[in-house]
Design a protein around this ligand. Structure first.
Ligand SMILES: Cc1cc2nc3c(=O)[nH]c(=O)nc-3n(C[C@H](O)[C@H](O)[C@H](O)COP(=O)(O)O)c2cc1C
Length: 418
């Protein structure tokens, strides 16, 4: 179970470059309330995204039950499934196949693939196309977790331009005839001495990507500090395809500010919607020039919790125990900031069935208002990486040697998760 603290402290670098923990003074700067220009729909091949907001893929979070709830609040964004390891899909791993499922109500079936071996990623894309599994394929080049980067995957991969271009071009070649747009999700680079985003963005465009999403942190920054939106502006300037900006959008005003400051075509939301799926309604309103925002009462939040529990039960083929275990982290996020005591929170964490969840919900006061102090504040992971893990000699050259490829592809991970 992820533990979620109830404060807003994050790790950030102060003006002298020292690492501090607390409320980053820069976070108070961002605020604007009206869109200064109308947001246009973003076209990804045949897909139009009328409100250019993306639910950023999050492993263990963005399975179809959560996507459905987000989409109910913001019906015309793009809701991406969590990353699926190409090799696991090719091996028909049941866990991977479960993650490829979509609800009938989902407008666009958007799936993210991760892999290091171009041949395997291509095979996975072939399965997606041949079995009509999705309408959109995103490629993960942003994952910073050690078990992924130490194999040259995720955010380590764009450093090797040959591998990066080959994966994209192979997947595009498979998806294009089926009219399935391919997009790439990248970071700024491995660290500030090894930045790749401009080159990666251009390569992605040249190889046929329909859009690029930039999480404006380096691998080394992990989830600490701030997403540097100036990098999003730079990428937008450099590319002709749409650019989605990502990182540190905690409320609709942040989404407006990112668009204003960077000129990006749309925004991608990760941690900000954890326990707050209504953020998609807020952003839809904000992009349409409305100041309307949802700050649901505890009663409404509990309605969402219960619905989430029921959908997860469907996701796990009726297994309530698995559903409520999966729900635990979400409950912690949903209740963040509400005056719900430690004992009640603990009881929620001990639920084993839908009835248990219902029983805990019945003990709460539905009229409690949304806690002001957590509105639009950071949530979820906020730490720097302790160390970036890369394959031996990875940074020595920008392209892969034959030897490197042999070593990498020999043990492609079956089950890389965040
Ligand atoms: C729990 C968690 C899981 C994530 N899983 C994925 C993933 O599967 N694929 C991916 O491209 N990014 C993943 N990310 C990164 C997010 O999509 C997003 O880029 C990042 O959180 C920055 O956006 P934010 O500041 O809005 O959270 C994950 C992030 C978190 C916190």
């Amino acid at each position: 179970m992820s533990s979620v603290s109830d404060d807003h402290d994050i790790e950030y670098l102060d003006a002298r470059g020292d690492c501090r923990v607390g409320v980053d003074p820069r976070s108070q700067k961002r605020s604007s309330h009206v869109a200064s220009r109308p947001m246009r729909p973003v076209k990804l091949g045949p897909i139009s995204v009328p409100t250019p907001v993306v639910l950023s893929p999050m492993a263990g979070v963005t399975n179809w039950p959560f996507r459905v709830i987000c989409e109910e609040y913001g019906p015309d964004g793009l809701y991406v499934a969590e990353m699926i390891t190409a090799r696991a899909l090719v091996a028909r791993n049941p866990k991977a196949l479960r993650l490829c499922r979509f609800a009938p109500s989902e407008n666009v079936r958007s799936l993210q693939l991760y892999g290091v071996n171009p041949a395997i990623v291509e095979q996975a894309a072939r399965i997606v196309v041949d079995e009509h599994m999705a309408d959109h394929v995103d490629l993960n080049f942003g994952c910073p977790v050690p078990k992924v980067t130490r194999r040259g995957g995720g955010s380590a991969l764009p450093w090797k331009t040959d591998l990066f271009a080959e994966i994209i071009s192979r997947v595009v070649r498979v998806c294009e005839p089926a009219d399935i747009p391919v997009t790439a999700k990248i970071r700024v680079g491995i660290d500030h001495e090894h930045e790749t985003f401009l080159e990666a963005g251009r390569l992605a465009q040249d190889e046929g990507c329909a859009a690029v999403t930039l999480h404006a942190r380096t691998t080394a920054e992990y989830y600490g500090g701030h997403s540097d939106w100036t990098r999003i502006a730079q990428l937008k300037q450099a590319l002709d395809i749409p650019v989605f900006g990502n990182g540190d959008i905690w409320g609709a005003d942040d989404a407006l500010a990112m668009v204003e400051q960077t000129g990006c075509d749309g925004v991608a939301i990760g941690r900000g919607c954890q326990g707050r799926p209504w953020l998609f309604a807020d952003i839809k309103h904000a992009f349409a020039g409305s100041a309307e925002r949802c700050n649901p009462t505890l009663g409404e939040v509990c309605r969402v919790i219960m619905r989430h529990a029921e959908l997860l039960t469907e996701f796990y083929d009726g297994d309530e125990r698995m559903a409520v275990h999966d729900l635990r982290k979400h409950i912690a996020w949903y209740l963040k900031g509400f005056p719900v005591g430690g004992a009640t929170r603990k009881s929620f964490m001990e639920c084993e069935s839908l009835d248990d969840v219902r029983c805990q919900i019945d003990r709460l006061d539905p009229s409690v208002r949304f806690p002001e102090r957590v509105v639009d504040k950071p949530r979820g992971r906020v730490r720097f990486a302790k160390k970036v893990h890369l394959p031996y000699g990875w940074l020595d050259s920008r392209t892969t040697t034959h030897q490197e490829r042999e070593t990498l592809f020999g043990d492609d991970p079956m089950d890389a998760s965040y």
